[in-house]
Write a protein that binds this ligand. Structure first.
Ligand code: AMP
Ligand code: MN
Ligand code: MN
Ligand code: MN
Length: 283
């Protein structure tokens, strides 16, 4: 059934969101979410809490994460859903994927210091809920607090992105590893917000083909990062590649996200929703 208020993409203080898993569960339930997944970046330590909170609020739950991957020199995000959160290979893979974040953050701070912004590492750390997961979002919050930019969107336009001060290239997990960690732990891999990547048509085709070849089965069609035209485009891509479709807000914070939990349009008809393939994994 496409007509289900499923929200299968959001972030808590375990990565770069500002709410706890319990606060997110309360907000999702209040917004009418029926099936929920918390998908922290490169982290699954919030999963047991999130599932308990979902059940306490009367929602069904799928385990989730959003893995950072390097593909053709670009960062791509792969959402995993419905995996065993205690799977040791998956846990070890994510520990390695998170591993370089501390040094990267120090380098980002050094670059920002060169353009006159002092103390960014320490400033960003004050926003970090999980010491293993310092991210660009935490730097963005500090730069707003310091009065350098008016909002986090401006921070990403002026800093922290390719070619701008504070951007440090980083090598994340491989596409193959990320898809295999998820699928071998019993889950389903999903290409997150495909319209966000600056791929050529050939590179995008390669991403989808290789993702499928490694065992990936889903793509986000309706997400807070897509326009209505992009829902249509990626609904077609889902059909072209025989992928199931996912829906998720990518909610991070009441102050920063334009899309709240559970508020996006339903999936377009004619697609197989990922939750149909994951029926046995829903708790
Ligand atoms: P990282 O994993 O440290 O590279 O940080 C990536 C995170 O930065 C994403 O998950 C988003 O939360 C945030 N982000 C990236 N680009 C933007 C943008 N243009 N505007 C706002 N947030 C962004
Ligand atoms: Mn994020
Ligand atoms: Mn993402
Ligand atoms: Mn996300």
């Amino acid at each position: 059934m496409s007509i289900l208020n499923a929200d299968l993409h959001c972030h808590s203080v375990v990565s770069d969101g500002t709410l706890t898993p319990e606060e997110l569960a309360a907000r999702a339930a209040a917004n009418g979410v029926e099936l929920w997944a918390l998908t922290d970046h490169d982290e699954i330590s919030g999963q047991h809490r999130a599932m308990a909170a979902a059940h306490g609020r009367g929602m069904k739950y799928l385990t989730g994460t959003e893995i950072s991957v390097t593909f053709a020199g670009h960062t791509v995000h792969i959402v995993g859903l419905g995996f065993d959160p205690d799977d040791p290979q998956m846990q070890q893979g994510l520990v390695r994927t998170r591993g370089g974040r501390g040094e990267r953050a120090q380098e980002m701070s050094a670059q920002l210091a060169q353009v006159g912004i002092k103390g960014a590492y320490e400033g960003a750390l004050r926003y970090v809920g999980n010491p293993e997961l310092i991210s660009r979002t935490h730097f963005a919050r500090f730069l707003v607090e310091a009065g350098v930019c008016k909002d986090t969107g401006e921070v990403f336009r002026r800093f922290l992105t390719e070619g701008k001060p504070g951007y440090v290239a980083h090598r994340w997990a491989s596409l193959k590893d990320a898809v295999q960690w998820i699928t071998r732990a019993g889950g389903l891999a999903v290409i997150a917000h495909p319209a966000r990547y600056r791929f050529t048509a050939n590179e995008e085709y390669a991403l989808f083909s290789e993702f499928k070849a490694h065992g990936g089965q889903g793509v986000e069609v309706v997400t807070g990062s897509h326009t209505a035209a992009e829902y249509v485009k990626y609904a077609e891509t889902a059909q072209e590649f025989g992928l199931a479709a996912s829906r998720g807000s990518d909610f991070h914070s009441p102050d920063e996200s334009h899309t709240d939990l559970g508020q996006l349009p339903y999936l377009p008809g004619g697609l197989t929703p990922v939750w149909e393939l994951l029926e046995a994994r829903i708790r």
